[in-house]
Design a protein around this ligand. Structure first.
Ligand code: PMT
Length: 395
């Protein structure tokens, strides 16, 4: 897995920098071409000669003392993966803020390769909301985080903050490289967000879907090399590499989905589509002084069920089921009723899961009767698990 892969190993200034030496050795032993990049802080803990001796190229330390006038872009562009171990609070914060103030942070901003970040710091620093927010930001952008472990820290304190063991870090690198661009050649259609069904020009029937889960799915598929079309109601940033179609109502979403579906290999309906809409939206604002209005509802089109009826045998159709009770039973019924291959059962009452959160907790039910649970994790990690299940079913 590591054979011939070019890995930039970023080492930041923490007491755990000595463990990066072992990480470097294991990567080289596995056949990787390792280029170490040391921050000024790192060099206070471990000498660059050590890394130069063990790695595949000499250690780099500065944007300015390299014969190459733009070492960060060269390093970033040529890398198959950038690993930062240990990653200090400073490097994590600088990277999350998009600031380049040394060779390592410049390389992180200049790369489109997968990035694995292995934080190490004192337990209080790791728990600080600023650090946790920065980690959440990086995760949302698709950065892989190898969590620090519990144990003895510098100064004799004990808590979570120790750099993960070298074997764990190398295993994470191997797993990220294995996933690589495993969705290249697939066209993935994802829907996201809650639909809005107009009552009048200023009011609508809506729901609490933020679009975060759907956008995370689109970002994950694009990062894994798929061509992605995202049909969304959410005003969230466009995931890099995805084509976006903005819609508002269930009918508009249905039209946009049906236009793309025949060309799609994988369709994921993460959107919260309204089941009912006002039968006739008023053309002018309904006035309060006319009394309480009677709003007659009619069913909307069931987009997923329509896709299930017209599905090609080589297409993979994934639904979501937002449930508040009898999670597996209700989701399994929807899997069958809508003709999907997979359904992502989402208990939207579970802590930290469902609407609006950055995290989710789901069970992926397969039409073949198997299931896999994804414990509470950020929505990008849930997206990763959904596409792993999709690819398993297509292999
Ligand atoms: O957007 P977030 O804030 O990140 O929240 C994520 C989420 C909770 C919205 C998401 O994880 C989720 O569960 N999405 C499905 C919401 C939903 O509408 O569930 P449902 O059980 O009502 O619908 C079942 C399936 O049928 C869904 O795939 C839905 O897209 C589809 N459907 C529903 C109604 C309809 N008229 N047409 C449809 O295609």
């Amino acid at each position: 897995m590591l054979e011939g892969r070019r890995i930039v190993l970023g080492v930041a200034g923490g007491i755990a920098a000595y463990k990066a030496v072992e990480v470097c050795r294991r990567l080289v032993d596995g056949g990787a071409h390792v280029v170490p990049v040391l921050t000024r802080g790192a060099r206070r803990f471990v000498g660059e000669t050590t890394f130069s001796a063990l790695a595949s190229e000499r250690a780099r330390t500065s944007l300015f003392d390299d014969p190459d006038p733009i070492p960060h872009t060269r390093l970033g562009q040529s890398a198959d993966l950038v690993l930062v171990a240990p990653a200090t609070a400073r490097v994590i914060g600088t990277y999350a803020a998009g600031i380049s103030n040394d060779l390592l942070t410049a390389t992180l901003l200049a790369t489109e390769a997968p990035v694995v970040v292995c934080p190490a710091m004192h337990a209080e620093m790791w728990r600080h909301p600023a650090v946790q927010d920065n980690i959440a930001t990086l995760r949302r952008r698709g950065v892989h985080v190898v969590e620090p472990e519990e144990g003895r820290l510098a100064g004799g304190d004990v808590g979570q903050g120790r750099l993960a063991e070298p074997a764990t870090i190398v295993a994470a690198v191997e797993s990220v490289l294995a996933r690589g661009r495993d969705m290249a050649g697939l066209h993935v259609l994802v829907t996201a967000g809650g639909t809005r069904e107009p009552i009048d020009p200023v009011r609508f029937i809506g729901n609490r879907s933020s679009g975060k889960q759907g956008h995370a799915l689109a970002a994950e598929a694009a990062a894994r090399g798929a061509k992605v079309t995202l049909v969304t109601t959410a005003a969230l940033p466009v995931p890099p590499g995805a084509d976006v179609v903005r819609v508002e109502t269930a009918a508009e979403m249905d039209e946009a989905v049906r236009a793309v579906a025949p060309a799609a290999d994988v369709i994921v309906m993460a959107a919260a589509v309204a089941d009912f809409r006002p039968a006739a939206a008023a053309t002018t604002k309904i006035k309060k002084d006319k009394g309480v209005p009677e709003i007659v509802l009619e069913p909307t089109v069931d987009i997923l069920a329509g896709l299930g009826r017209t599905k090609r045998p080589d297409q993979t159709l994934v639904g979501f089921a937002a449930e508040t009770e009898q999670l597996r039973q209700n989701a399994a019924s929807k899997l069958v009723a809508k003709g999907a291959d997979l359904i992502v059962a989402n208990d939207v009452t579970a802590p930290g899961a469902g609407f609006e959160h950055d995290t989710n907790h789901v069970v992926i039910l397969n039409a073949d009767g198997t299931e896999r649970e994804v414990p509470l994790a950020d929505k990008r990690a849930v997206a990763r698990a959904v596409f792993d299940a999709v690819l398993d079913g297509r292999s």
